[in-house]
Design a protein around this ligand. Structure first.
Ligand code: ZN
Length: 442
């Protein structure tokens, strides 16, 4: 049975995901939540003055966010407690000139972002959300706004089985160029120009079409998250990978009342495409922020290095839950059961950063939080995925562990996970953030 606190935390997660149909929304929704909790927004272009126990956050390019609380313990000795996760999810993104007309049908051309399970995008009530840049009097300062159409706007209808007789034997294969454009309308016009799409954006935003300079738009499923299962012990939603970990990290950060160690949540865009960008985990964002914190606290270079050496990173990203219908996909000794706690992810080739020491620490935190945990290891005859852990820990020289809650159907448009696991992960992360101010690596 799921207790009311776990249920409440899962409801909060689904609200967060519903309000975050794109990575730009994910950062903005997080920022609004942080503001309510007394966090102050910092601008990377301005000098910073940070106070002990002060709560702050920084957003880089609208979709990566780092939030932190300055601890009361001396940073060079206590180090940073960092939880990392990612704000982006695989899916479809609109092309700059998306409009296509075939006979009388208008379609929008898309690119594939990351590695979605494409077949799951068929027959869903799709819409668009993202950011739009509007013209102002100053070319250097376009006004960037979030956009969410909300209601179903687009669709990728399947081909009837009568024209695709082998679909159940061979699976649905979609050509990304010719078979992914999304149906928008029937048009009487001979050859509508791209202006037609700009008009659509402008009418939704209630602005002059000439004001629209550029945009990035994410395709998403308008179906909101739901509870399911015999005891409503599971949740289903888009973007659980990895907004569930973002939500757990922020929940744990916010719940802190005694800020002894300096705690950091680093939520990066672009994980699903390799993290190589100025706001991705491979960029300078986290290093810059940690260094800025050191500077604002008047630490010299050596003291900042000491702080990094005493720090610890939990890289939180979802893990593959066992689905018995596909038993062949799993290693027999590492079948993650949903609602039996977060997984410690290991890989001998360091696709995950977990090692004996960091695992020992994490197990200790789980035990103290009263949370069970599991081991995940991929099948030896399948290539293993990775996440931000190896990138961030190697760039910054941080000891680290890769963990994550069990998830069914990773990269499907509708993934599912456990209610209990979400609340349990929050408890472990709270315990981690509250760990005594001794160097973690001592
Ligand atoms: Zn992920």
């Amino acid at each position: 049975m799921i207790d009311s606190e776990h249920r409440r935390q899962a409801e909060a997660l689904l609200r967060y995901i519903n309000a975050s149909p794109s990575p730009w929304h994910a950062a903005t929704t997080a920022a609004e939540w942080l503001e309510e909790e007394g966090f102050q927004c910092l601008d990377e272009r301005a000098p910073w003055e940070l106070q002990e126990s002060g709560r702050y956050y920084v957003i880089r390019d609208d979709s990566s966010l780092i939030a932190f609380i300055i601890g009361t313990n001396p940073l060079p000795q206590a180090g940073f407690r960092i939880v990392g996760a990612h704000t982006d999810s695989p899916g479809l993104r609109l092309k700059p000139n998306p409009l296509q007309q075939t006979d009388s049908l208008l379609r929008l051309g898309v690119e594939i972002y990351g590695s979605p399970i494409l077949a799951t995008w068929t027959d869903r009530d799709l819409s668009l959300a993202g950011r739009v840049a509007l013209r102002t009097d100053t070319p250097e300062k376009p006004a960037v706004c979030l956009l969410d159409f909300g209601a179903p706007l687009l669709r990728l209808p399947n081909l009837a089985i009568h024209m695709n007789r082998k679909v159940n034997e061979e699976g649905l294969k979609l050509d990304p160029q010719t078979e992914l454009p999304l149906l928008l309308a029937v048009s009487g016009e001979k050859a509508p120009t791209q202006d037609h799409f700009v008009q659509l954006l402008a009418s939704h935003m209630d602005c002059d079409p000439h004001a629209i300079l550029s945009w990035e738009l994410n395709v998403y499923d308008t179906q909101t998250g739901a509870f399911w299962g015999q005891d409503q012990e599971f949740i289903a939603s888009s973007r659980l990978d990895n907004l569930a970990s973002c939500h757990a990290a922020l929940s744990a950060l916010i719940s802190d009342d005694e800020s002894t160690a300096t705690r950091v949540c680093a939520l990066f865009d672009h994980e699903e495409i390799g993290s190589e960008s100025f706001k991705g985990a491979s960029g300078s964002f986290l290093a810059d922020i940690l260094q800025r914190i050191g500077c604002a606290l008047a630490l010299d270079e050596e003291s900042t290095r000491q702080a990094l050496a005493a720090s610890f990173l939990i890289s939180a990203d979802m893990a593959h839950a066992y689905q018995p219908n596909f038993d062949w996909g799993y290693d027999a000794g590492h079948k993650l059961i949903v609602n039996r706690g977060p997984a410690i992810k290991t890989n001998a080739n360091v696709r995950y950063t977990s090692e004996a020491y960091s695992q020992a620490l994490f197990i200790g935190w789980c035990e103290e939080a009263g949370v069970s945990w599991q081991h995940y290891c991929h099948r030896s005859n399948l290539p293993c995925g990775s996440t931000i852990g190896p990138i961030v820990s190697s760039r910054l020289g941080l000891r680290s562990i890769d963990i994550g809650n069990p998830l069914w159907a990773m990269h499907s448009i509708r993934e599912s996970a456990g209610v209990k696991d979400h609340g349990d992960l929050i408890r472990v992360l709270e315990r981690f953030f509250g760990s005594p101010a001794i160097p973690v690596n001592a």
